[in-house]
Every structure is written in C-alpha cells, then in structure tokens.
Design a protein around this ligand. Structure first.
Ligand SMILES: *Cc1c(COP(=O)(O)O)cnc(C)c1O
Length: 381
C-alpha cells in the first residue's frame, strides 16, 4: 500500500515519503517518519509516572478487514470521529510494559511476547482484531531505538510502554467497529519507590467490585479502570493508598490490589488467589510464583478469605503481604483496613521474602542477576 499520503481518518497529517522503511526480523515493514521538531528531554527529577511522552509513536490501522502499513510517526493528536466505539462503548484495550536500561547502555524488555499474547486475548474478549505478535513486539522495539535518548539513564528509572487499540467508526450502533487503530506510546518514568522501599496501606472494599465471573476482569480494557476511580478515591479519603478488591456477590474472598496482583506469605507459603476469570493474568504474578519456587519457597494459588486475612495477620500466620505488577513492581503492604478495624502486617516493615523477591525481580530486569528463566529480551541495536 502506498503511503505518501495519510492512510486513514486517524493519522491525518500529510507527510512525504517515509525517511526510512525498516524491515523487521519477521518480515514486517515499518515506515519511519521522523519528527522535524524534537522536543526537549525532561529532567529525570521531573519525570514521575506517565506524564512525559517521547517524540514518536507507532500507529497501525485496521481497515477493510486487514492491517494497513505500520508507521512510526511524530507523537501528535489523533483525529477521531466523535461516533467512535472506543468513546461510546469502551471498545479499547491496552498493555503496560517497561524497557530497562542496563549498565552497559543496552535496553532490555521483560517477557514482551507474554504481553503480545495477553493483548490479543483482551482483543478477542471485546471483539477486536488480533495484532500479529511479532508486529506488536518488533514495532515497539523499533520505536524504542528511535527514541532511545528518551530512556532515562538514572538507576531505577525505566521507559514505560503503552500499546493500545481503539475501535473507531462513524456509526453509533452497539456493534464491533469497522476500523481500529493500534498504537504504542512511550513514557519515561521514575522508579516506583522514589521515596524508598516502603509499605502501602490497603482498604478491603466490600460494596463495589472491579470484576465478576463472566465479565471482563481478565481483559486489560479501559472500562475496568474507569469503574475503580471513585472507589479508590473513597479509600484514599479514608487514609489508605489502595483498594483491596473482593469477589462479586458475597465479598468474602480477596482478589486484587488496585491494578496489581495480591500476594501474601501464609505460614511460609507464597500465596496468591487463583485465576478464575476475574483476576488479571499478571506477568509479574507468574514471574513471582516461579521466582519464589526457585528461591526454595513453597507457593500456592488458593483463595484467601477476608476473615482469614484479618485473623491470620493478627495471629502472625500471614507474615507478609505485597502486591506486584509492571508498574508497581513488588510493593510491600504494611496495613490492611476495613470499616471495622485496621491491622498492621508483622512489624509494619517490608518482609524478608518480599524484599528478596523484589531484589531478584529487579535484578533480572536490570541485568544484574542471572536470568535463569529466559525472561529478558535485549533490544538489538
Ligand atoms: C496490568 C494489571 C496487573 C499487572 O499485570 P502485569 O502483567 O504483572 O503488569 C494486575 N492487575 C490488573 C487489574 C492489571 O490491570
């Protein structure tokens, strides 16, 4: 397909021919249109999370039943039809990944094909087309190389990667869109623990739920997060950092912490709730389970009831709690509260196993600990 003009309704900026056409290892073409106005980089001390976006983005549009050319273009606004499905019916999915800069200056991704697979599982759930896995990964690798100067150098910083797909249309019917845009943007981000490795407090939520059996809890789709905003605000007003979600219906079992996976150490067993369709299949979750086993700790994927949670924190049987995810890394939980009571986990400091798993995971991601699992994937220059 010729691409000397804008391809579609979304990326409407007229550009001449691409400055370069990259051929990826799996044979996809990526057309590169470099910005003529690179923006000044943001000082690491002003980065925070998700506020700064790099100079370029990946854009690929699905029209007439197939993917059009994949392009890397200057970061800019889209032009969206106000009737688009993403806007009215939440036909949107996303992923969250990170690229890490190693001491030798090279860039590494963490299990990127797992994100590509999960992206397509989310796509299927909300009736969107699959993105070829190689295209998903290779296009973000190409983008990372072009914007590599945006990757922060400082210890603990990383490049957060947000692959996204939206349904676009000019028809208001509740039906799958006829056009889709897959895009990936990059956000240089500060370490999650800029204030030191400290525990957070969580509020057990028993009025609202984020997911229910048969729903979309397992998909990374926008509406799942919109519905949490007011509930998180309520918990924060009560003095807690995050919400501990419970199961829909009777609210008796623990599900997730905000947008991260719940873990506890229960009589020495590293325990997380089972995947029953309401919990996101976290890539950090599966990594922590494998890491814990390799460190010699028994693991379990089993239900934790709210009653047991409070009782066992008080008895000391639950000695550590943490949550994990790409953004949250491994975050210790030091306090659990409800309308009735608030309990402190052990002495309120990050636990020994939590700290060990955190250090091993970050060590592998940063290339400082041998990756015995084949999780890291270098972005070749
Ligand atoms: C993204 C996400 C996670 C963490 O998944 P990772 O693959 O570990 O980053 C956990 N829970 C929810 C609800 C999420 O959206």
């Amino acid at each position: 397909m010729s691409s000397s003009v804008a391809y579609s309704n979304v990326d409407t900026i007229e550009r001449g021919p691409p400055s370069e056409v990259l051929k990826t290892a799996s044979g996809h073409n990526i057309e590169v249109y470099k910005t003529e106005k690179p923006r000044p980089k943001v000082e690491s001390s002003n980065l925070g999370f998700g506020r700064t976006i790099s100079d370029h983005m990946v854009v690929c549009e699905w029209v007439n039943g197939e993917w059009g050319p994949c392009r890397i273009v200057p970061y800019a606004n889209f032009k969206l039809d106000p009737a688009s499905k993403a806007i009215h019916y939440g036909q949107e999915i996303f992923e969250g990944m990170k690229a890490y800069k190693w001491n030798d200056g090279s860039l590494a991704l963490f299990r990127p094909y797992d994100n590509a697979r999960r992206f397509n599982e989310s796509a299927e759930r909300v009736c969107m087309p699959a993105v070829p896995e190689e295209l998903f990964v290779e296009s973000l690798e190409a983008l990372l190389k072009i914007d590599q100067d945006w990757v922060p150098n400082e210890k603990g910083f990383s490049m957060y990667i947000r692959p996204t797909m939206i349904g676009c249309d000019s028809f208001l019917g509740v039906a799958p869109a006829s056009r889709y845009v897959f895009f990936t943007i990059l956000s240089p981000s500060a370490p999650y623990f800029s204030g030191g490795f400290k525990g957070i407090s969580i509020f057990v939520e028993r009025d609202f739920v984020r997911a229910f059996k048969g729903g979309v809890g397992e998909a990374k789709t926008g509406g799942n997060y919109a519905s949490t905003l007011s509930v998180t605000a309520k918990a924060q007003k009560l003095g807690f950092n995050q919400v501990l979600w419970t199961n829909a219906g009777d609210h008796t079992t623990v599900e997730e912490v905000g947008a991260a996976t719940f873990f506890c150490v229960r009589k020495g067993v590293v325990t997380t709730p089972p995947l029953t369709g309401t919990i996101l299949r976290g890539i950090t979750r599966s990594s922590i389970l494998e890491l814990a086993k390799s460190c010699g700790y028994p693991t379990a994927e089993e239900e934790v009831t709210v009653q047991d949670l409070f009782d066992e924190i008080k008895s000391g049987d639950i000695s550590e709690i943490f949550c994990c995810g790409t953004a949250a890394c491994v975050t210790p939980v030091c306090k659990v509260g409800s309308e009735n009571e608030t309990v402190v986990v052990s002495d309120g400091n990050p636990g020994k196993i939590t700290t060990e798993l955190y250090e091993k995971l970050v060590g592998i991601q940063m290339g400082n600990v041998d990756d015995l699992f084949g999780w890291t994937s270098k972005v070749e220059n």
